[in-house]
Design a protein around this ligand. Structure first.
Ligand SMILES: *Cc1c(COP(=O)(O)O)cnc(C)c1O
Length: 486
């Protein structure tokens, strides 16, 4: 178990003198007296109980997911749901011959979601599960690119004269930047105009389109702030544009968070396949679908929008189900968990959980507003994201980053981060009122925020030089390239 390389004799000797047996206390074991491997694998095997404990102890250094206030991703599931996931963890969702019932359950989920998104009955929707919204967005983007190319060629547009482009607001999640880099598409960013207009301007979006535009991506729940793009207005604007355009432009809705929230909480709001130009939609099953990380969904309103050459029929696993995924092998667990949630809660249960989250979010926003020092940018009414910034005050020496640091003292992980392009000098903080956050927890948070403010007012009295760097970001940002370094 040493990370420092030792000769095998040395090692033998140590084991000779310190043999672990079934009565050795875990924390009296040889392994517990040495650091775990960092660069080379250990020579010898280790008792599973010891290995488990020592490896599991490493996790203590991660944050507690339940305290992670900024994430959209599910951090709690019922024991029965966890059990379902463990029951399916050894299955491989891609292996449709060996696990036909996983395939069947995936299809049921696709049907359920397509219906939640009001897929028209006179068209033939198609859909698939993915690892998350990122894979789902990539697939939506690829379908738009391939379809554009085919139509452009048919219309006699020189497809090599320029790169195809994708129109999205500057509030895009990093996946759209990745999509454009990986698939060689120009990212046409429409800036969000001001703090009071944190959404895609439909007129600006359509004005950015030309013959090389593969699609426009509005966001149902901007990752930064939770605000919604006005897709009804965009659809209308695009309808006019498409009347005279040489090549029509479709809409893909990035509904990573709103996709499995709105159908339960605000089913009247049309943002989905009820709008004519919306051809595809993606969402994260692990956000408001309430499944643990590792699940997304993407749908097309009709097979016309999913070019056939993107579908693969893999024969060697014994079935001929067509697939359209970037990923191949992964467990069926998340699909089963999504299906469990649908069965377990139904519309009523999802509504109850989501409305509770919304109430908790609104309560938090009101509590923060009362403190008098914050400007609330999103009060949780759309999706339950509460997002705020400090009001200007020359007398105050501390920043949102200091508040974030101080809240760590209580265990809370509540990052501060800059807004995107055009508004990058604005620092905000964000809390996602999630399924597993109760009024009690958020009341405690409010109290800790109040105490932190008092502490900071008392202890930080001299302004620091604000260093503008990547490291300045206490949590993470959403469209910034980052690599894990050693
Ligand atoms: C979270 C998010 C994504 C990425 O989703 P993953 O499921 O984490 O891959 C993409 N777009 C938006 C708007 C998001 O909020």
């Amino acid at each position: 178990m040493l990370h420092r390389r030792k000769s095998s004799e040395e090692r033998e000797k140590e084991y000779e003198f310190a043999p672990d047996n079934s009565t050795t206390p875990l924390y009296g074991s040889y392994e517990s007296a040495h650091v775990l491997p960092r660069e080379v694998i250990n020579e010898k095997a280790v008792n599973p109980n010891i290995a488990y404990r020592l490896v599991a102890d490493e996790m203590l250094h991660d944050g507690n997911p339940r305290y992670n206030l900024a994430t959209f991703v599910q951090t709690y599931m019922e024991p029965e749901a966890t059990q379902i996931m463990m029951d399916a963890v050894a299955t491989n969702a891609i292996d449709k011959a060996e696990y036909p019932q996983t395939t069947e359950v995936e299809k049921r989920c696709v049907n359920i979601i397509a219906n939640l998104w009001n897929a028209p009955t006179d068209e033939e929707y198609m859909g698939t599960s993915t690892v998350g919204s990122s894979e789902a967005c990539m697939l939506g983007g690829m379908a738009m690119k391939f379809r554009w190319r085919k139509r452009a060629e048919a219309l006699g547009i020189d497809i090599n004269a320029k790169k195809p482009n994708l129109v999205v607001s500057s509030g895009f999640q990093v996946v759209w930047e990745k999509f454009c880099v990986y698939w060689d598409v120009e990212l046409r960013e429409v800036p969000m105009k001001s703090l009071d207009e944190l959404y895609l301007d439909p007129k600006d979006a359509v004005a950015a389109c030309d013959e090389y535009t593969i699609g426009i991506v509005p966001i149902m729940g901007i990752t930064y702030t939770g605000t919604f793009d006005d897709i009804v207005a965009l659809d209308k604007e695009l309808e006019e544009y498409n009347k005279t355009a040489k090549i029509s432009v479709p809409i893909h809705v990035d509904a990573a968070s709103g996709g499995l929230y709105l159908p339960f909480v605000n089913p009247e709001l049309p943002w989905d396949f009820r709008l004519k130009n919306v051809v595809s939609i993606s969402t994260s099953g692990h956000k408001f679908g309430l499944v643990y990380p590792g699940l997304g969904w993407v749908m097309w309103r009709d097979k016309e929008y999913l070019p056939e050459e993107l579908l693969f029929k893999v024969a060697y696993l014994g079935a001929f189900e067509p697939t359209f995924q970037i990923n191949f092998s992964r467990p069926g667990s998340q699909i089963w968990a999504q299906y469990y949630n649908f069965v377990r809660w139904g519309k009523e249960g999802y509504k109850a959980v989501h409305e509770k989250s919304r109430d908790v979010g609104i309560f938090l926003a009101k509590g923060l507003e009362k403190l008098g020092i914050f400007k609330i940018l999103n009060n949780g009414e759309n999706i339950p994201i509460v997002c705020w910034m400090l009001k200007e005050d020359p007398a105050r020496a501390w920043t949102e980053y200091d508040l974030s640091d101080r809240l760590r003292y209580y265990g809370w992980q509540l990052p501060a981060y800059p807004l995107p392009k055009n508004l990058e000098n604005v620092t905000i903080m964000r809390v996602l009122a999630r399924a597993d956050q109760s009024m009690e927890q958020i009341s405690l948070l409010l109290k800790d925020i109040k105490d932190s403010i008092e502490y900071l007012n008392e202890h930080i009295t001299v302004k620091k030089e604000v260093k503008k760097s990547e490291d300045h970001v206490a949590g993470y940002t959403h469209n910034e390239k980052r690599l894990l370094k050693k």
